[in-house]
Design a protein around this ligand. Structure first.
Ligand SMILES: [Zn+2]
Length: 157
C-alpha cells in the first residue's frame, strides 16, 4: 500500500490564490477585448496557465493602459509564488553567519546585471580574493551559480 504524497498547505494555497487571481485577470481583460470569457476553473483545478496565457494574449490586443493596470496584479502573483517557494529575490535577508568575519545576518541578496548576486550588506567584510567573484560598491559579489558552495561553507562553520 502506498502512502499519499506529502501535502504542503502553503503551496496548495498559493496555487489556488494564483488560479483565482489569473481567472479574475483573464475575465477582466476579456471584456474590453470583446473576447469570449473563459469558464471559471472547476473543483480540484489548480493550473493557472490557461488563464495566464489568455490574459497575456488579451494584453497584446488592448491599449497599453491595460498593461499598466495588470502589472501590479501580475507583480503580486510573482511575489506570492517567490515567497512561498523561498526563491531568491532582490532584498532578501539571509540568516547566515559570515564564514569570514563571523557577522550574523549581514548578507542580503541584490540582483545585479549579468546574474550576479551581492551578499554582504555592511561592506566591512573582506573575504580572501579567491572567494569573491567581483566587487560592487565596495561589497564582495558572487554569481548565483556559486550559491550552493557558499551555503555549504556557511553550514560547515
Ligand atoms: Zn563577512
Amino acid at each position: 500500500m502506498q502512502a499519499p504524497a506529502p501535502v504542503d498547505v502553503a503551496i496548495l494555497q498559493t496555487a489556488l490564490d494564483i488560479l483565482v487571481a489569473a481567472d479574475d485577470l483573464a475575465a477582466a481583460l476579456g471584456e474590453p477585448a470583446m473576447c469570449l470569457i473563459l469558464a471559471s476553473p472547476g473543483p480540484g483545478d489548480l493550473d493557472a496557465r490557461l488563464y495566464l496565457r489568455y490574459a497575456a494574449a488579451r494584453l497584446h490586443d488592448l491599449d497599453d493602459l491595460w498593461a499598466d493596470w495588470a502589472a501590479p496584479k501580475a507583480r503580486r502573483m510573482y511575489e506570492q509564488v517567490a515567497g512561498t517557494l523561498c526563491m531568491v529575490y532582490d532584498g532578501q535577508a539571509l540568516a547566515v553567519t559570515c564564514p569570514w568575519c563571523g557577522e550574523d545576518d549581514a548578507w542580503s541578496v541584490r540582483e545585479l546585471p549579468g546574474g550576479m548576486v551581492a551578499i554582504v550588506r555592511a561592506g566591512v567584510c573582506e573575504p580572501p580574493a579567491k572567494e569573491v567573484g567581483t566587487w560592487w560598491h565596495g561589497q564582495p559579489v558572487r554569481p548565483i551559480s556559486d550559491w550552493e558552495r557558499l551555503a555549504r561553507k556557511c553550514a560547515s562553520k
